[in-house]
Design a protein around this ligand. Structure first.
Ligand SMILES: *[C@@H]1O[C@H](CO)[C@@H](O)[C@H](O)[C@H]1NC(C)=O
Ligand SMILES: *[C@@H]1O[C@H](CO)[C@@H](O)[C@H](O)[C@H]1NC(C)=O
Ligand SMILES: *[C@@H]1O[C@H](CO)[C@@H](O)[C@H](O)[C@H]1NC(C)=O
Ligand SMILES: *[C@@H]1O[C@H](CO)[C@@H](O)[C@H](O)[C@H]1NC(C)=O
Length: 579
């Protein structure tokens, strides 16, 4: 910072000096604002490698994009306090070259105009054919109606895209006809059809049904509502944060949102009931017909990105590495007063690349490769049997800040317990059959953020049952004993995984102080959980593998790494070489 000031002064133009003065002032103000104590003993639950702003409230990821060599993440941000509060949110803005280390910039969009005075809410980025990045977002107007607005980058050559200009035509879309004013939000990234027209969807509820309203435009400014929505469901209510994108069949690359490839399928995601549900189907761009393979169900077996704490997510296409990346908001579970005390609330999941599974019936997700740059000390275990009723500690890494990959081999599947008919809800089953309830094949898995005497631990585990015609694998993330503190939420999550347990069964968990992101069956089933241990914090946290079933299982391989912290700080705290 100081070095750059000197260079600036040498140039000597008054305007630049003034601009610099303003930048320094802005930095100083940010400095005063970001006085959050970074001492880990005072902030035992603050994460080290998950995305967080310096302080205060964050919710939905917004407008993620890759532009001119830089990754951008915007997010719903309350720059005044650690709660959502009055909802007058801004778009926070951070940039990165590797999706791991982030530089926090000033807010991109603030609620300063009639069409967004009560909040600049979620939306998406689209890069226009002339190279201009455009943001469509929901504004909350003086009557608290939700409207859709446009903002474009002021200077597309600015590598950080720090300034955004709201369109004179705002609001572009208002709630008309049967759209209720408070049920109209979160425009998607737009895509172009073969007729050259833009299309986008907005989340809504029409006649009590969750709906993806479809709009068309030739110029990105004037939009017409289609008579037919892209999709709706009679089984669900209001849809928030819809997402719609192609996925290639049996391909290993992601697809750009406008790609029309007859062999691809399309994913429609909608956020409701605190979860992100998705369906897979066939989309015809000529008619905008979308026919789903299996429709939304609104129950605990319907496909979800994540069966734990994960909401209002958004994907984007990274054309540098030809992949589609998913971000999701992971909320706190320790209550508002704790958030105020901590000075922050909300994380983003670690970015995941997302593909269609080879069955064509579901997606798979995996932490992006760049995470491996954070790995330091490593431990490896091969071919180790764990007898029924045993646990053993995995030492040699920082258990509170780790990446763990394990593959289990189940030598004998014959004695699996029968899956009872009434066990249709996997989350309910994980509550009844929690980690301390014994079984035959399982529970086996990882015990994370565990204290010395196991008074505290969170457990991610599998159980194998015999179903009608095949084995059924249950994956659970049990937080019931994750904290000695009474007041924190300790929900147990669960899902079935569509894998054949005669093949080895894999589990990966990203552990980061108060978050555990787990990927079962190579990312077929994901469960994100929060834990706020009282004792198992920092260096006091331990990691175990366990098997509380009666049948032995084998760890065919296990690798675990300590993780370095990612660099996350405001621009003025970085020297040029650090960015
Ligand atoms: C746009 O940004 C580029 C790169 O930072 C800069 O050189 C140029 O002067 C800017 N243009 C305007 C009009 O501010
Ligand atoms: C993908 O490839 C696998 C293995 O070759 C095949 O069994 C499967 O049917 C293919 N999936 C689709 C959706 O075509
Ligand atoms: C865990 O399971 C055991 C045995 O079924 C049961 O007694 C206990 O209440 C369960 N714990 C929770 C927190 O539900
Ligand atoms: C599965 O686990 C067994 C036992 O550890 C091991 O011998 C085998 O190589 C593993 N198979 C695969 C495909 O990893």
């Amino acid at each position: 910072m100081k070095k750059r000031s000197r260079n600036w002064l040498m140039v000597g133009f008054l305007t630049i000096v003034i601009a610099k003065y303003e930048e320094v002032e802005a930095s100083r103000r940010l400095d005063e604002e970001t006085n959050l104590d970074s001492d880990p003993t005072l902030q035992p639950h603050r994460t080290a490698y998950h995305f967080q702003p310096p302080k205060f409230w964050m919710n939905d990821p917004n407008g993620p994009m890759y532009y001119n060599g830089v990754y951008h993440l915007f997010y719903q941000y309350n720059p005044r306090e650690s709660v959502w509060g009055d909802g007058k949110l801004s778009w926070g803005h951070s940039i990165s070259y590797n999706l791991v280390d982030w530089v926090h910039l000033e807010n991109a969009i603030n609620p300063t105009d009639p069409f967004d005075i009560n909040g600049c809410w979620s939306g998406s980025a689209t890069i226009l054919p002339d190279g201009t990045p455009a943001i469509l977002y929901t504004g909350c107007d003086p009557e608290k109606r939700q409207v859709q607005n446009l903002a474009v980058a002021k200077n597309a050559s600015d590598p950080y895209l720090r300034e955004w200009i709201k369109s004179d035509h705002n609001p572009l879309l208002a709630p008309v006809d049967d759209i209720k004013g408070d049920y109209f939000r979160d425009p998607t990234t737009a895509w172009q059809g073969p007729d050259g027209k833009w299309r986008l969807i907005v989340g809504s509820e029409i006649c009590g049904h969750g709906t993806a309203l479809l709009y068309h435009s030739e110029d990105f400014v004037s939009w017409t509502k289609s008579h037919r929505p892209l999709h709706f469901s009679k089984r669900t209510k209001m849809w928030e944060c819809p997402d719609f994108y192609p996925v290639s069949v049996n391909g290993t690359n992601g697809l750009d949102t406008s790609v029309i490839d007859r062999s691809s399928k399309h994913v429609l995601k909608a956020s409701f009931n605190d979860h992100d549900y998705y369906v897979i189907g066939a989309y015809e761009p000529e008619t905008d017909a979308f026919s789903v393979d299996t429709d939304f169900m609104d129950d605990n077996v319907q496909l979800r990105y994540d069966y734990g704490v994960f909401y209002a997510s958004k994907t984007f296409y990274d054309n540098a590495k030809r992949r589609r990346i998913l971000w999701g908001w992971v909320t706190e579970a320790d209550g508002e007063s704790d958030d105020t005390k901590k000075g922050w609330s909300g994380l983003q999941s670690f970015p995941r690349s997302i593909l269609l599974d080879e069955s064509g019936k579901q997606l798979t997700q995996w932490p992006i490769r760049e995470i491996e740059s954070l790995r330091t000390e490593e431990v490896n275990i091969q071919n180790k049997e764990i007898e029924g009723g045993a646990e053993f500690e995995i030492t040699g890494i920082t258990a509170s800040q780790a990446d763990v990959e394990v593959s289990f081999h189940i030598p004998n599947l014959d004695d699996a317990e029968l899956l009872l008919r009434e066990w249709r809800d996997p989350e309910a089953l994980c509550r009844i059959k929690n980690a301390s309830a014994g079984g035959k094949i399982g529970p086996f898995g990882l015990m994370v953020l565990a204290s010395d005497n196991l008074a505290e631990h969170a457990d991610i585990f599998f159980r194998i049952y015999k179903g009608n015609d095949k084995h059924v694998v249950l994956m659970c993330s049990d937080q019931s004993r994750s904290s000695l503190r009474e007041e924190v939420e300790k929900t147990t999550y669960g899902a079935f995984i569509d894998v054949d347990p005669s093949q080895n069964l894999s589990l990966r968990s990203l552990i980061d102080h108060s978050i555990i992101e787990s990927f079962g069956g190579r990312g077929k089933t994901c469960i994100t959980a929060r834990a706020y241990p009282k004792v198992a914090v920092g260096n006091a946290a331990r990691l175990y593998a366990f098997n509380y079933g009666t049948e032995s299982i084998v760890i065919s391989s296990l690798s675990a790494w300590s993780m370095k912290p990612a660099q996350l700080s405001p621009l003025h705290e970085r020297t040029k070489s650090q960015i």
